[in-house]
Design a protein around this ligand. Structure first.
Ligand code: NAD
Ligand code: SER
Length: 317
C-alpha cells in the first residue's frame, strides 16, 4: 500500500498531478501539502499546511501518514525567483534537502522532484539541446535546479534513495493559473481569448521555447515513477520534449478559434530569461530508457485547452 505526499500541491502542476495520483492510488492514499491552502480544500481528503523549509514539520507529517512516496513540487519559479532570490534559494534548495533527508531517514521508497529547462544557459546549444551539454544558468531558479540535479543524483548514489526527475519545458494546463514563470504567457493567452480581452505578451513575437501540455507532463511523471528502477539510467534529470513554439505561433493558433483576439508584444525582464533557454529539446534518453512519447502538438493542445477552459471561465467577449 502506497501513501503519497505531494508538496506544492496547490500549484499549477500539483493541482493536476493530485487528480492523476488519486485515480491511480486512491484518494485516501494521497496527502496534499502546500504553504498555501488550495482553492477548494474539500477536493482533498488530507491537506497539510507545510512550509518545506520547516524540516521538523515535514518529518512529522511524513511520519503521521506513514508516507512511502514523495512528489516534491514546492518551488519558487523563474520570474518570481529573480525578484526574490534569497527566498528562491531557501525554498528550492533547503526545501529539497529537507525532503531528501526526511525520505532517506524514513526509508521512503521513491521521491519525484522536477527540474527544468532553466538549468541551461546562454552558452548551451539552443537547437535540439542535448541531455549532456553546457549548463550555465543565469537565473537563481536555474542555478537552484542545477544544484538540485546534483543533489538528487548524490542522494541516489550515496544513500540509495530512489529519486527520479524530469527537466520539464514550459507547462500549459487549464486546472490553475501558472505561478510566476517565464512560460506563463502560453497559459494566459487562452484565458484572455476566452474572456474576450486583448492579450499583452511579455515576450517577443519570435521567442521560441520548448513547451508541453499538462496531460503529457502528468503522464510522463507517472510513467517515469512507475518504470522499473533498472531502466532509470539518468539519476540527475531527464530531458523531455514535446513541442516548441513562439508567442506568434500560439497567437495564430488561438486566433483560429477566437478571430477577434488582439495581441500586443511588450517584452519585460522575462525576455532575457527566455533568450537564455533552449528553443527545443533533444530527449532520446527518455524515449529510449523508459519509453517517453508525447501525444500533444500545438494544434491538439489548443483545441483541448479551449474546450476545457470554456467550461471554467465565463466568456464575456
Ligand atoms: P507553482 O508556482 O504553480 O506551484 C508551486 C507551489 O509551491 C505553490 O502552490 C506554492 O504555494 C508552493 N510553495 C512555494 N513555497 C513553498 C514552501 N516554502 N513550502 C510549501 N509550499 C510552497 O509551480 P508549478 O508550475 O506547479 O511547478 C511545480 C514544480 O515543477 C516546480 O518544482 C517547478 O520548478 C517545476 N517546473 C514547472 C514548470 C512549469 O512550466 N510550470 C516547468 C519546469 C519545472
Ligand atoms: N516554466 C518554468 C518557468 O518559466 C520553467 O521551469 O519558470
Amino acid at each position: 500500500m502506497e501513501k503519497i505526499l505531494i508538496t506544492g500541491s496547490s500549484g499549477q502542476l500539483g493541482s493536476e498531478l493530485i487528480i492523476a495520483l488519486s485515480e491511480a492510488y486512491g484518494e485516501e492514499n494521497i496527502v496534499a501539502a502546500d504553504i498555501h491552502e488550495p482553492k477548494n480544500k474539500d477536493d482533498y481528503l488530507f491537506f497539510e499546511k507545510i512550509d518545506v523549509i520547516d524540516k521538523n514539520l515535514l518529518l512529522e507529517v511524513a511520519r503521521k501518514y506513514k508516507i512511502t512516496q514523495i512528489y516534491h513540487l514546492a518551488a519558487i519559479l523563474s520570474a518570481t525567483g529573480e525578484k526574490h532570490p534569497g527566498l528562491a534559494w531557501r525554498v528550492n534548495i533547503d526545501g529539497l534537502m529537507n525532503v531528501l533527508d526526511v525520505a532517506r531517514d524514513l526509508k521512503v521508497k521513491k521521491v519525484y522532484w522536477p527540474s527544468s529547462i532553466a538549468v541551461f544557459g546562454p552558452n548551451t546549444p539552443k537547437q535540439d539541446t542535448p541531455q549532456h551539454t553546457v549548463t550555465d544558468p543565469g537565473t537563481v531558479y536555474g542555478i537552484s535546479k542545477l544544484t538540485g540535479e546534483r543533489l538528487v543524483e548524490y542522494y541516489f548514489y550515496h544513500y540509495g534513495l530512489d529519486v527520479r526527475s524530469l527537466r520539464y519545458p514550459g507547462l500549459i494546463g487549464y486546472q490553475s493559473l501558472p505561478g510566476g514563470g517565464t512560460t506563463d504567457y502560453a497559459v494566459e493567452i487562452f484565458h484572455k481569448a476566452i474572456m474576450g480581452d486583448k492579450f499583452t505578451c511579455f515576450l517577443r513575437q519570435d521567442s521560441r521555447l520548448p513547451m508541453m501540455y499538462m496531460p503529457d507532463a502528468v503522464r510522463a511523471t507517472l510513467e517515469l515513477m512507475e518504470a522499473d528502477a533498472g531502466k532509470i539510467k539518468i539519476r540527475s534529470s531527464y530531458n523531455i520534449g514535446a513541442m516548441s513554439f513562439t508567442p506568434g505561433d500560439i497567437y495564430r493558433m488561438v486566433k483560429k478559434h477566437y478571430p477577434r483576439l488582439e495581441i500586443e508584444y511588450r517584452p519585460d525582464f522575462r525576455q532575457e530569461i527566455a533568450d537564455s533557454w533552449p528553443r527545443n529539446i533533444e530527449d532520446s534518453y527518455a524515449r529510449h530508457d523508459w519509453g517517453w512519447n508525447h501525444h500533444y502538438d500545438l494544434e491538439r493542445m489548443t483545441e483541448d485547452m479551449i474546450m476545457n477552459l470554456k467550461e471554467r471561465i465565463p466568456a464575456t467577449g
